[in-house]
Ligand binder design. Structure first.
Ligand code: PLP
Length: 410
């Protein structure tokens, strides 16, 4: 007998991260932290091994009156000041002039989740990158959606050929397209598409739009850690070329941008050729928001607005220090990997570098062998994720060579 709905997968979540985080912790207790490389944690950590919580974010947050924290938000789609500021923060610098609306969501997770559940019907197929954040697949399963994946890379570049073939394949049997492109700072490879690649994607989506409605879900969770920050939004101007049959939902996360993972704040930014197109989706997203989480934390929204306007200079300075630290760590890992011939996916920027092990059986053995040497990482499809976001400069040094030697010994 089962008490849950019949059309649900009842296999427990395989938490590949938590189990290894625990093992790394145990190893530190057993052999001493100095003898363990813990590259498992996917949040930003400082050089002393503590989670980063920006002063420029949490000092103003602590000063918010308790009544503001207690209160419901102004609306089910979020506070107006927050909605305006998310647009100003995410899209406006690109010059993109599409019609738009912003819906507050509990983290980027909320934005991705409502898009999957409200754009596609049960039994339809969502298109995902073959190496990706694990929650996409879980969400698809919960919504009874099928998944088709595109291969991410052709050499060092975005695999446009595979992306196109996958979309065409889905269009043979489905009267709508929904695909996720997690960019810039793709999790877990750290790839970012070039403007040229984005132009080709947009031109292709318009081609598809001649046959079916197309929704591009652009997950930008790590955008505020792009190494060329002033130009990190430029690619959104390519969306201006969308036809009336193509639209975008941009999933934005305050978790990463503000180092406030636990405050559960983010947004879905809807972009389309006309206000009617945007409004059509907004109406359904608003109802989904009201029916599931009802409200996004009021104080978290107000704090985002304050931090990114009145506290802008202080916040940007504090964040820049960590973006630089991330760059130092990733530069060390990738240059040492280049020097010893350890293959990794084309990293440009972001929280993770992923060592390329295309054979998942070999990857499993490698992951075990690394742990035997007290190097803790996370397995991803066709690779081993190294979380440079939480690994100190000191621990990063020499890691690539050790990893290469362990791989050679298999
Ligand atoms: N998208 C990607 C690729 C992520 O890695 C994450 C978090 O790890 C998210 C979205 C959502 O994060 P949150 O819901 O905390 O904003």
């Amino acid at each position: 007998m089962s008490f849950v709905k019949s059309k649900v997968n009842t296999t427990p979540i395989e938490d590949t991260v938590f189990a290894i985080v625990k093992k790394a912790k145990e190893a530190k207790a057993a052999v001493g932290a100095e003898n363990v490389v813990d590259a498992t944690i996917g949040s930003l950590y400082n050089e002393e091994g503590t989670i980063v919580a920006f002063d420029s974010v949490f000092t103003p947050y602590n000063n918010i009156p308790k009544e503001t924290k207690a209160a419901y938000a102004g609306s089910f789609v979020g506070n107006d000041s927050f909605r305006d500021q998310v647009y100003n923060w995410v899209v406006k610098p690109s010059g993109c002039s599409l019609a738009h609306s912003v819906i507050a969501t509990p983290g980027g997770t909320g934005a991705v989740a409502i898009t999957l559940s409200e754009i596609l019907d049960e039994g339809e197929t969502v298109i995902l990158p073959e190496i990706a954040w694990g929650s996409y697949k879980l969400m698809a399963t919960m919504d009874n959606l099928n998944v088709k994946t595109y291969s991410l890379f052709e050499g060092d570049h975005f695999n446009l050929t595979s992306f196109k073939e996958t979309c065409k394949e889905v269009m043979k049997t489905q009267k709508k397209l929904l695909m996720i492109i997690n960019d810039p700072c793709h999790n877990p490879t750290g790839y970012s598409l070039t403007i040229e690649e984005w132009k080709e994607v947009v031109a292709f989506l318009n081609e598809c739009g001649k046959q079916v409605p197309v929704v591009l879900l652009n997950d930008i969770a790590y955008i505020d850690y792009a190494y060329d920050l002033p130009h990190s939004r430029d690619y959104m101007a390519t969306f201006d070329a969308f036809s009336e049959n193509v639209m975008a939902v941009i999933a934005f996360s305050c978790s990463k941008a503000l180092t406030s993972y636990g405050l559960r704040c983010g947004a879905a930014v809807l972009l389309g050729k006309t206000q009617e197109i945007v409004r059509g989706v907004e109406i359904v997203f608003e109802k989904a928001a009201r029916a599931t989480w009802s409200n996004v934390p009021n104080a978290a929204m107000d704090n985002f607005t304050y931090v990114t306007t009145e506290n802008y200079d202080t916040y940007m300075k504090e964040k820049a220090y960590y973006v630089d630290l991330l760059k130092q760590r990733s530069d060390i890992f990738t240059s040492e990997a280049d020097a010893c011939g350890l293959a990794y996916y084309p990293y440009k920027e972001g929280f993770f570098v992923t060592v390329k092990i295309e054979d998942n059986a070999l990857r499993d053995r490698y992951h075990e062998a690394l742990m035997a040497q007290h190097i803790y990482t996370v397995k991803v499809n066709k690779g081993i994720r190294v979380a440079v976001c939480s690994l100190s400069v000191d621990k990063t040094k020499g890691l690539a060579k050790r990893m290469k030697d362990i791989l050679n010994s298999l």
